[in-house]
Design a protein around this ligand. Structure first.
Ligand code: HQG
Length: 178
């Protein structure tokens, strides 16, 4: 039997990037029917609501949320497909951080932080988290983002259900290598 961790990876793929991988319908707010998801996963290996609840409850980044009656499930952030998570603009902390790979520094220093394939640029209020995220891309480097100045100039920030800060683009003038 596959581990819950590998099922979780598949769920992340489906809920963030590719609902069609399991032939599932996603609504405009990123929700997928819980019953349909369980049915599709159960076609591959025995899979129950209890297992899904455990994945959602124990996920180390709290990547997923159920709606109130648990009939629907969605990813809290990280989408590459356009979904409206109904997040409200929120004043950010004075500084935020972005961890990335050293190999991207030259390009980031020219163009600022771009969202690339995702819906937003992902920022964190935790420096250690930024280092961990950066390690996913090779030798890590961390940028400090002058979020306060951006907010004052009218840039919108959002915070996902699991505490990730999101924005559309961080121009170079708000970035400092830390
Ligand atoms: C880089 C994980 C060149 C950017 C994490 C990043 C996060 C540029 C990469 C979430 C650039 C995109 C997202 C530019 C940005 N030139 N490279 N101008 N601007 N980049 O994976 O932020 O574990 O799409 O620095 O915790 O690394 O999946 O974004 O290195 O919250 O739940 O382009 O994914 O969460 O990479 O990670 P990604 P990310 P999960």
């Amino acid at each position: 039997m596959q581990s819950l961790e590998s099922v979780s990876k598949l769920i992340a793929l489906v809920l963030r990037h590719k609902p069609e991988a399991l032939n599932l319908y996603m609504d405009g707010h990123g929700w997928i029917s819980t019953a349909d998801l369980i049915e599709k996963l159960n076609e591959r290996q025995p899979f129950t609501m209890e297992m899904l609840e455990e994945i959602v409850r124990t996920d180390n980044k709290q990547r997923y949320s159920f709606n109130a009656d648990q009939t629907k499930i969605r990813a809290n952030q990280g989408h590459s497909i356009p979904v409206d998570l109904e997040l409200l603009p929120l004043e950010p902390p004075t500084v935020l951080w972005h961890g990335t790979g050293e190999k991207y520094v030259e390009s980031i220093n020219q163009k600022g932080l771009l969202k690339q394939s995702r819906q937003y640029v992902h920022l964190t209020d935790n420096h250690d988290t930024a280092i961990t995220v950066g390690k996913r891309h090779g030798k890590p480097v961390v940028y400090t983002v002058d979020a306060h100045a951006m907010w004052q100039e009218g840039y919108a920030f959002y915070r996902s259900e699991n505490g990730v800060w999101l924005t559309d683009h961080v121009p170079v003038k708000f970035l400092r290598l830390s």
